[in-house]
Ligand binder design. Structure first.
Ligand SMILES: NC(=O)c1ccc[n+]([C@@H]2O[C@H](COP(=O)([O-])OP(=O)(O)OC[C@H]3O[C@@H](n4cnc5c(N)ncnc54)[C@H](O)[C@@H]3O)[C@@H](O)[C@H]2O)c1
Length: 272
């Protein structure tokens, strides 16, 4: 039988924001294929982990670590625990991010002109600086080991502007509503962090790529779904398991010649 081109068996993988909607999916998809997965998440607690992973949270190949990616000492402590248990990671998935939730305070979803500086700083701190630090600490160790794959998770809203027209229905209800700017700007920053590090670490065999997603179904309200889905050539949002294949591809040696690139999976959102 041919070797599995997409094997992730025994790969040690860090996923930031591992307790979130997609982080959970990525973790289980990797563990089910024989990888050892460490989750960095600011929300890690016995209760939260059990809530999100049920009985699977006790599996040997899953390690839940309370790490704040905006703090170097916290990342270093998390990495130290992985090193002691398994060794040097093979892959880092920079997945943790802040977005504005549907119930965000009005000033955050108001006009650009009055978007709060403090919200901008908070989003940039996690979505850009947090990834910069994770790459420094974890990527640096992988470069020393002479191998690794870094996957920076981006959004269609980091490549093109949000289409503010699909949020119009929330405006007529009262206060103006705009999808805020900081998320888009922060995600765009990852595109060139990826290219910078891909060339910087190419000689050390650490590959760095961006993986860009379109919106994932998460019980959004009907009106949002109608507007969003009409804007997608495939006519729907992604299911939460539909990005697992790309994660497996980028962690595995199937992507061994890919670096500095951006893989876009968005149902065609950016195609027209
Ligand atoms: N869900 C979507 O529709 C969608 C679409 C496009 C792109 N994305 C991207 O995919 C990634 C995952 O999205 P999601 O919807 O699963 O997010 P989510 O909000 O469900 O999860 C994010 C996780 O990050 C953690 N986190 C936040 N700040 C942190 C910090 N300082 N240190 C450590 N962990 C921290 C949170 O605790 C949370 O568990 C994000 O980068 C997001 O921008 C998501």
């Amino acid at each position: 039988m041919a070797n599995d081109l997409f094997s992730v068996e025994d790969k040690i993988v860090i996923i930031t924001g591992g307790l979130g909607q997609l982080g959970r999916q990525f973790s289980l998809a990797l563990v089910d294929r024989g990888a050892k997965v460490a989750l960095f998440d600011i929300q890690v607690s016995e209760q939260k982990v059990a809530e999100r992973f049920g009985e699977r949270h006790t599996e040997d190949n899953l390690l839940f670590l309370a790490v704040d990616i905006t703090r170097r000492d916290s990342i270093e402590a998390g990495l130290g625990q992985i090193n002691a248990k398994w060794g040097v990671p093979h892959a880092l998935i920079n997945n943790a991010a802040l977005d504005s939730p549907p119930n965000a305070p009005a000033e955050e979803t108001g006009p650009y002109e009055t978007y709060p500086e403090s919200s901008w700083d908070k989003v940039m701190e996690v979505n850009v600086k947090g990834i910069f630090l994770c790459c420094q600490v974890v990527g640096g160790q992988m470069a020393e080991a002479g191998r690794g794959s870094i996957i920076n998770i981006c959004s269609t809203y980091g490549i093109v502007s949000p289409d503010q027209r699909i949020y119009e229905y929330r405006r007529v209800a009262g206060a103006p509503f705009f999808k805020p700017v900081a998320y888009s700007a922060s995600k765009s920053a990852l595109l060139n962090l990826t290219r910078y590090l891909a060339t910087y670490w190419a000689g050390r065999n650490v590959r760095v790529n961006t993986l860009t997603f379109g919106g994932v179904f998460n019980n959004q309200d009907e009106q949002f779904l109608k507007g969003y889905c009409a804007r997608v050539p495939l006519g729907r949002m992604a299911r939460e398991d539909e990005y697992n294949g790309a994660i497996i591809f980028l962690v595995s040696d199937a992507s061994s010649y890919m670096t500095g690139a951006n893989l876009i999976i968005d149902g065609g959102w950016t195609a027209w």
